[in-house]
Ligand binder design. Structure first.
Ligand code: N01
Length: 870
């Protein structure tokens, strides 16, 4: 009896049922059997191999290098196995999997030709009841779905197939006997990876080949061939290091994540870089050319254009070349392909491309295919039309969790998982490379091993601690699902109708299925969950229940990456420096950021402050000339650091998004000029801008204020002063993570004291430089302390979840609302004090800045529109 089964509950037939005997299933067998678990493994096919058992179509190959796409658990493999090619063919991979199974005696655990139909959780007995199509009825403590991400073929949606009297093939269910197309007229429908690989090979045999293409693909040449002896030797000498680098890499193949933005280098350099990627012929390498290919539309467009130029250069017929050029989705947002002679195949006289966007398929007939304007005769039709990916094989089993809940129903609006490994309401169920894990965006071999290792560690932990059941909490699962979406939302992935989005299957919910932040970040999350006592899981057993509930990733992914990068630099804190050094340091940090968008015009000038001239920078929108509303902006820097140009990218962004003139006005800084110098200057600046609106090409009367951090506080203060002093008339205020109170007792000063950029210690240092403790309730410093906030201009107040001054800002937004001021309160989830301002660095901040700009435009529009007559 195993440890896990040592409870007072009924003894299950086995400890673990594994569904599937592909790469994941075999590794599970290896680990589970050696750890002494009793197991059953059911496989629907009549042999092992999973994807490599089914996908035997001509030209089928792996699309990551062979020695990356293999197990790492067997250090001896080189003694008795050799890969023959850089990208192995399907028969060789299947032979490899058989070799592993035989070498480690895995086969005896496998039950073939048996499909698991149902798995139901018995809550009283704390076990799963598993039923197969062969009548097996097995109880198990745990069920592991090792069913693969691309194993359920998509149903064909083309009418009339049953009528066709010729041969019909699906790439995903290719016959075991050789198929000979010699002398035949063949149709291939579909131009994803399977189509791209099979089309050139089928063309070599067929008398005539017609390819029906709905969406063209981006493909790079594989440059397949022998493994280079040098690389192989290098790999063999350092295999352990190589494998560990793969585990900590973005995609599961050793590779540094590019941090160079596309447009930071010259056009010539970019062209050379793209060309090198084309020549290397490795997918992950290609996508990694520049840091922003998957996030910046312009960067992606340029890379896509490089591909299109290649296609035009290879394909002779201009119309065919045009049809083969993808134009309606960003490159790599659908899985790009690796090919051998794909595009050149269309230069063969017997090969033809039919663009079914222009010439839709009407039906399959007895003898071939009718499009809207042509009838084709074929001897064979090959469907390379893809899969019900990632979730299809999991929901194909009728899995019922607590209270009979069907997994299919739970996931009706899209899958929800914790770490892509587990799902709430389904205790003791593990998903290998499930939705919400890197899976299909990574080297599957590496991701599979990581998942299986995690599951084995988890089972070991349960055993050791006397627990029998593990289940994620709703909180943890919701948090993870949110994080998976947050990661996708800062990329271009959602812009494509891809199978990653479930868009290829009619009726399937549109949700980005894999986790796209990378294998390295993903592994860190899984490890962190374990390190924090299985954070977000409830563990229970005869000895009791334990739950350290929580969310493993709460920061926006790009914000977290920036914070990690900053932490790695181990920089000194500003509060440890003399003020002059702190200012120099602040400016130095500002110098290395992206510049922000182009504006129409930038003018630097001075305006009269209360005690001498103040610098300002004016940003004019890049639209048609003519007067515009004006936003007076006050920079951040805690009254001590920064100046009129220190928030330059943010001001540019604000200008472009709001289509208004932005005037960033300086103010005197502490400690040289302590409170209330900054307020006096801010007030003077607003007055001067209002008085000179026309001369500045602004629209008199359309004046709003905006500020970030201390500047947010100043913007709030001038609104109240302007109200009380009879002008100028300010029609809106936009306060971004404003400092609104001098009281540091609120929870956010403790909760977010350290680790999120602005620290509580730095806030205290800034306050101390700026203002005496005795003055900190003065509403010119702490607008929250004003007795009357009524009659102030409408406001948008943005507060950030991980900001020491968050609660001050929240309290101010609430106070404005309570005073009857129309207030939009935006709580920027997962953001820090500064991250929303990081233009082109923290992409997740862009929607927040868009809301600020929209609010400002609405303030202006409301003032422009005369009130309707009563
Ligand atoms: O499937 P796909 P796949 N009428 O979904 C078209 C992995 N893989 O089997 O894009 C007409 O990519 C469909 O058009 P559209 C790899 O991860 C790896 O090729 O939906 N056409 C598309 O062109 C890959 O991404 C390797 O508009 C229809 C094609 O069929 C994944 O498996 C090799 C249609 C389907 O492309 C899936 O690849 C092979 C219809 N009704 C696969 N329905 C390796 O190299 C669909 N299409 C390791």
């Amino acid at each position: 009896m195993t440890e896990t089964a040592r409870t007072d509950r009924p003894e299950p037939d086995v400890d673990v049922v594994v569904v599937g005997a592909g790469i994941a299933g075999l590794y599970l067998v290896y680990r589970l059997s050696r750890a002494g678990y009793r197991l059953r493994v059911f496989e629907a096919a009549d042999d092992l191999g999973g994807t490599w058992y089914w996908n035997r179509y001509p030209g089928a190959r792996v699309d990551v290098p062979s020695f990356d796409y293999m197990y790492s658990f067997d250090p001896d493999w080189q003694r008795d196995w050799q890969w023959s090619e850089k990208y192995a063919r399907q028969p060789e991979i299947l032979r490899y999997l058989n070799y592993v199974a035989d070498k480690h005696d895995l086969r005896r655990h496998l039950t073939f030709s048996t499909r698991v139909r149902q798995a139901g959780w018995d809550d009283d007995a704390s076990l799963w009841r598993v039923r197969t199509d062969r009548g097996d009825d097995v109880t198990a403590r745990f069920v592991v779905m090792a069913t693969g991400c691309l194993s359920v073929p998509k149903q064909t949606e083309i009418d009339g197939l049953e009528r066709f009297t010729g041969e019909v093939y699906f790439t995903s269910r290719w016959p075991h006997d050789p198929v000979d197309f010699t002398g035949k007229r063949v149709a291939v429908i579909g131009t994803g990876s399977s189509g791209v690989q099979s089309i050139p090979v089928i063309a070599q045999e067929a008398r005539q080949l017609v390819v029906f293409q709905r969406t063209p693909t981006f493909s790079i040449p594989a440059h397949n061939g022998q493994l280079s002896p040098e690389r192989l030797a290098q790999f063999a000498a350092n295999e352990a290091d190589y494998r560990s680098a793969a585990r900590m890499s973005p995609g599961g193949i050793p590779m540094e994540r590019s941090i160079t933005p596309t447009f930071s280098v010259t056009e010539t350099e970019r062209e050379q870089r793209y060309e090198r990627a084309w020549e290397i012929g490795e997918l992950f390498e290609a996508i990694n050319v520049y840091a922003d290919v998957m996030s910046n539309p312009a960067a992606n467009h340029e890379f896509a254009e490089f591909f299109r130029n290649k296609i035009r250069a290879i394909v002779d017929d201009p119309q065919t070349a045009t049809d083969l050029c993808p134009t309606d989705y960003p490159v790599a947002t659908k899985r790009p392909c690796l090919d051998t002679n794909y595009y050149a195949t269309y230069n063969l006289p017997h090969v033809r491309l039919v663009n079914i966007r222009k010439h839709p398929i009407r039906q399959v007939t007895e003898t071939g295919i009718d499009t809207a304007d042509e009838s084709f005769t074929f001897d064979a039709i090959v469907f390379a039309t893809g899969f019900d990916a990632v979730t299809g094989a999991i929901t194909a089993v009728d899995i019922r969790g607590r209270n009979g809940l069907a997994l299919k129903d739970k996931w009706a609006n899209g899958p929800q998982t914790y770490l892509g490994l587990t799902t709430a309401g389904f205790p003791n169920l593990f998903l290998i490379t499930g939705p919400g894990s890197p899976s299909v965006l990574s080297n599957m071999a590496v991701s599979i091993e990581q998942h299986v290792d995690w599951v084995l560690d988890c089972l070991g932990h349960l055993c050791a601690r006397g627990f029998a059941v593990i289940e994620p909490t709703e909180t943890a699962e919701t948090g993870w699902t949110q994080h998976v979406n947050d990661c996708a939302d800062i990329t271009l992935f959602p812009a494509a109708n891809s199978w990653y989005m479930g868009a290829n299957v009619p009726g399937k919910p549109r949700v980005f299925l894999p986790y796209c932040a990378g294998v390295d970040f993903y592994r860190a999350s899984c490890d962190e969950v374990v390190a924090h006592d299985y954070l977000g899981f409830t563990l229970s057993g005869p000895g009791g229940t334990e739950c350290n509930d929580g969310v493993v990733r709460r920061l926006q992914p790009d914000v977290e990456m920036v914070l990690n990068r900053m932490a790695a630099m181990n920089l000194p804190t500003m509060e440890s420096m003399p003020v002059e050094d702190a200012r120099a340091f602040y400016n130095q940090m500002s110098a290395v950021r992206p510049p922000g968008p182009d504006v129409g015009e930038i003018v630097d000038g001075t305006l009269p402050g209360t005690s001498g001239d103040l610098a300002y920078r004016l940003y004019r929108p890049p639209t048609t000339p003519g007067p515009r509303p004006i936003i007076v902006y006050f920079h951040g820097g805690g009254w001590v650091v920064g100046d009129a140009i220190s928030d330059d990218p943010l001001c540019r962004d604000l200008c472009v998004r709001s289509d208004a003139i932005v005037i960033s006005a300086d103010y005197r800084h502490a400690p040289e000029h302590r409170f209330p110098a900054a307020v006096d200057d801010a007030m003077a600046a607003v007055r001067w801008v209002a008085d000179n609106a026309e001369a500045l090409d602004g629209i008199p009367g359309l004046l709003a204020v905006c500020g970030w951090n201390a500047g947010g506080g100043l913007a709030a203060v001038v609104c109240r002063l302007a109200r009380d002093m009879g002008g100028p008339n300010i029609i809106g205020q936009a306060l971004l993570t404003p400092s609104t109170d001098g009281d540091m007792a609120r929870a956010s000063f403790t909760d977010n004291a350290d680790g999120y950029g602005l620290t509580t210690a730095l806030v205290r240092w800034l306050y101390d430089h700026y203002i005496d403790i005795a003055d900190r309730r003065d509403p010119r410093f702490a607008p929250l302390q004003a007795t009357d906030l009524s009659g102030l201009p409408p406001a948008i107040v943005v507060t950030a979840e991980f900001d020491p001054v968050r609660d001050d800002g929240d309290a101010y937004a609430i106070a404005l609302e309570a005073a009857g001021v129309p207030t939009e309160h935006v709580r920027a989830r997962g953001h820090t004090h500064k991250s929303v301002t990081m233009v082109d660095v923290a992409i997740s901040g862009a929607p927040v800045r868009a809301r600020i700009a929209k609010a400002l435009r609405q303030f202006f529009a409301a003032t422009r529109t005369p009130e309707p007559a009563a």
